[in-house]
Design a protein around this ligand. Structure first.
Ligand code: PLP
Length: 458
C-alpha cells in the first residue's frame, strides 16, 4: 500500500504507473518504455514535474484551467462545501443551494439570442455525459412533439464530443469509431469547414464557408428532412486541430437548421467561459442554439462538472409536456462541484477574463501568434480569442504538406515538451489554448518557446 504521504522517487512512480494505471488515449507499450512525466504541482500558467522542471502550460491542462493554477478561493470553496454538505442528490424532490445558485447564475450569463433564451440547466460531471444527455433530450423532445421518426443527429468529421458511446459516435474521429463499432445508429457526419485543406484553388474563405455549410443541407436531403432531429457542432473544432470556420459558415448553418426546423446543439465544452472572449461562444458567432454543452472551464477544471444549457424551445416541451424524464446522474448538481464553479465565476467576473480576451490582451495574443506565419515551417496560422492553431508545411511556397509518417507534429511537440512548453499536436497542426490570465510578458515568453520549438523542428 502507498499512502499519499509516502515519498516516492520518479522511477518508483513511473513503475507503479505502468503496473496499475490505464491512461486515457495512451499507447501503454510506448509509455512503459519512456515512463510518464509525473506532474506534481502548479501555479499561475506553469506546471512542474517530479524532477523540478517547469513547463508553461499553453493548453490549460485539457482546455480547462481558464482562471489559471493556484487559486486558493476554489480550494476554500470546495473545503467549506465539503464540511457543510459534501453530497446530496437532487433526485426524489430534494435540491441543494450551490446547484440552485449556479443554475440561476448560468441562466443569467447565457445571452438571449433572437427568440432563444436559456433559463434552464441540466448538470452532469463531464462533456461526454452532457452530450449523452443531449441525445436523450433531443429524442424525448421529438417524441413529445409526436415526431418520433426524427432520430438522426448530424455531426461533422473530426469533431470531438466525448468518449462515451454516444459522445464518441457524435464525434467524428475515425480512430475512435474503428475501435468501438461506432457510431451507434442514427448518427451521421458531414465534412468539417477546414479551408486550408478543402478550399478549392481560387475559392475565397467566405465562399468555402457557404459551401461547407451546404454539406449540412445535402445531408438533410439525403437522410430525409422529416427524419433529422438535430445538428451538433463545436463553435470551433478544438481537439480536431483548432479548425476555425470562415465567417460565412455559422450564418449559413443557421439558415439551414431554421429552414428544416431541426434543433441546433452548440458543444461549447472548450469554447465557453471566456475562451473566445464571451461567456458562451454562440454569442461570438451570433447563432441560435437550442442546447449548449459545457464542462471543463466552468470550474477551471479544479473539479469535474458539466452540463447542458437547455433553451426555451426544448425546456418548454420537456418540462411542460414531459412528465418524468427518465434520465440523470448521481452527481447531477453535485454541491461541491457547483460551489467551486460559483467561486470560479466570481474570479472570472472580478478579473473580467472574457473581456480581457476580447480586448487588448486578445489583440496582442493574436498579433504575436499570427506573426508565426513568417516562419519557414508554418503554412498558416489562425487565432480566435485565446485559442490558436498553425499548420506545419514541408514547402511554404507550394504549401506542400508533410506525410503522416513524417510525424512532424509529434516531433515539434517533443521539442516543446523537452524545452518547457506544453503545446498539442494534431497531425501536422500545432495548437494552444492558454489560461485567460496571460499577461503581455507571458505571451512574449510563450512565443519565444514556440519559436524555439519550430526552429528545432526544421
Ligand atoms: N466536447 C468537446 C467539444 C470537447 O472538447 C470534449 C473534451 O475535450 C468533450 C466534449 C468531452 O468532455 P469530457 O472529456 O469532459 O467528457
Amino acid at each position: 500500500t502507498h499512502s499519499t504521504a509516502e515519498q516516492l522517487s520518479t522511477r518508483e512512480i513511473q513503475a507503479l504507473d505502468s503496473a496499475h494505471f490505464i491512461h486515457p488515449f495512451t499507447d501503454h507499450g510506448d509509455l512503459a518504455t519512456r515512463g510518464a512525466r509525473v506532474i506534481t504541482r502548479s501555479d499561475g500558467i506553469y506546471i512542474w514535474d517530479s524532477e523540478g522542471e517547469k513547463l508553461l502550460d499553453a493548453m490549460s491542462g485539457l482546455w480547462c484551467v481558464n482562471a489559471g493554477y493556484g487559486r486558493k478561493a476554489l480550494a476554500e470553496a470546495a473545503y467549506e462545501q465539503m464540511m457543510t454538505l459534501p453530497f446530496y442528490n437532487s433526485f426524489f424532490q430534494t435540491t441543494n443551494v450551490p446547484a440552485v445558485k449556479l443554475a440561476t447564475r448560468l441562466a443569467a450569463l447565457a445571452p438571449k439570442v433572437g427568440d432563444r433564451s436559456f433559463e434552464h440547466v441540466f448538470f452532469s460531471s463531464s462533456g461526454s455525459e452532457s452530450n449523452d444527455s443531449n441525445v436523450r433530450m433531443v429524442r424525448r423532445y421529438w417524441d413529445l412533439l409526436g415526431q418520433p421518426q426524427r432520430k438522426v443527429i448530424i455531426s461533422r468529421h473530426n469533431a470531438y464530443h466525448g468518449s462515451t458511446m454516444a459522445g464518441a459516435s457524435l464525434g467524428g474521429m475515425s480512430g475512435m469509431h474503428a475501435q468501438g463499432d461506432l457510431p451507434i445508429p442514427n448518427i451521421t457526419h458531414i465534412g468539417q469547414p477546414y479551408f486550408f485543406e478543402d478550399g478549392k484553388p481560387g475559392e475565397t474563405a467566405d465562399a468555402f464557408g457557404v459551401r461547407a455549410a451546404g454539406w449540412l443541407e445535402d445531408k438533410i436531403l439525403e437522410v430525409g428532412p422529416d427524419k433529422v432531429a438535430a445538428f451538433i457542432a463545436e463553435p470551433i473544432q478544438g481537439a480536431g486541430g483548432v479548425i476555425i470556420p470562415p465567417a460565412t459558415y455559422w450564418p449559413e448553418i443557421q439558415r439551414i437548421v431554421d429552414k428544416y426546423g431541426i434543433l441546433l446543439i452548440s458543444d461549447e465544452v472548450i469554447c465557453a467561459f471566456g475562451r473566445l472572449g464571451h461567456w458562451f461562444a454562440y454569442e461570438r458567432f451570433g447563432y441560435k442554439p437550442d442546447l449548449v454543452t459545457f464542462a471543463k472551464a466552468v470550474t477551471s477544471g479544479y473539479i469535474p462538472l458539466g452540463g447542458v444549457m437547455v433553451g426555451n424551445r426544448v425546456a418548454k416541451v420537456l418540462i411542460e409536456q414531459g412528465g418524468e424524464f427518465n434520465h440523470g446522474y448521481t452527481y447531477s448538481g453535485h454541491p461541491v462541484a457547483c460551489a467551486v464553479a460559483l467561486a470560479n465565476l466570481d474570479i472570472m467576473e472580478a478579473e473580467q477574463l472574457p473581456q480581457r480576451v476580447r480586448g487588448e490582451m486578445g489583440d496582442y495574443f493574436a498579433k504575436r501568434f499570427l506573426a508565426l506565419k513568417d516562419h519557414p515551417l508554418v503554412g498558416d496560422a489562425e487565432t480566435c480569442g485565446f485559442v490558436a492553431g498553425l499548420v506545419l508545411v514541408k514547402n511554404k511556397q507550394t504549401k506542400q504538406r508533410f506525410n503522416p509518417d513524417d510525424a512532424v507534429g509529434m516531433i515539434c511537440r517533443g521539442h516543446c515538451f523537452r524545452n518547457g512548453l506544453i503545446m498539442r499536436a494534431v497531425g501536422d497542426r500545432m495548437i494552444i489554448a492558454p489560461p485567460l490570465t496571460m499577461t503581455h510578458a507571458d505571451i512574449d515568453e510563450l512565443l519565444r518557446l514556440i519559436h524555439q520549438a519550430l526552429d528545432l523542428t526544421q
